[in-house]
Ligand binder design. Sequence first.
Ligand SMILES: [Zn+2]
Length: 292
Amino acid sequence: MMQIPFQKTIAHVARVSGRGYWTGKNVSLTFLPAEPDTGIVFRRIDLTGEPMIPALAEYRSDAQLRTKLVCDGASVEMVEHVLAALYGMGIDNCIIECDGAEMPAMDGSAYAIALAIEQAGRVTSDRQARTFKIGESIRLGDQQVYVQANASEQAGLTLVYHLDYGQGSPIPSSSSTCLLSPAEFLTSIAPARTFLTHAEAMKLQQSGVAQHVTHRDLVIFGDSGPIDNQLRFPDECSRHKLLDLIGDLALCGYRLEGMVFACRSGHNLNGRMAQQIRNLQLDPDESLIKAA
Ligand SMILES: [Zn+2]
């Protein structure tokens, strides 16, 4: 018999702080328990009126190498690791107070945030969780770069990521799979760090961003592997891509049941998949009009 999932929030307040990659600014996050049907909502406590920004696909805005949310002129960015941590740890409702726009980079992974959520504990409400069972396949992208959502015989959400930047790239090709659960997320996905090639890192710093970031704050690949660093998993890069995928899919606002396969996809395509799923759930007729 299938177990009915109920909405969960955190049992206690959790706090995390650190500097953002792009701005270098120190930001504090306070995760607060929230009522059923709140969803995941950011609150900018540093701005007048403390505006709320719901973590839903309709507020997603395109930004370079990160996921940004904008609502009524207030924004938060680099939210993907925070959202992945909440989704991966099975939290449906939470208010995240932040005193800046850019989320803390930590060590480039979601481990510190996932651990803080794990330590805060979970409370189950008597309200059923909003779930979306993937039925008909949805595919976005082209032959080389795509995301595909399918129905699955297996209960829960299975995710697969295939990373392949070609033979010329210093980043090795790899594939990673996970059947999402809080335990699996905490040990196998959350610790996987973000990465760049040395050339990409140089280019970003020359453009004036991420001045304080060193080789130890993420994984930087030179021609002969990670520079001044060691990988936590042989397939750390594709595991990190799974982490990003989870954070971006969280913007659909539902717990997903089925299978999502992604090949070389990034935040834009992942976010569009979340929007597509959201459209199907919100109003099937409306989504047909939008697709036309
Ligand atoms: Zn990432």
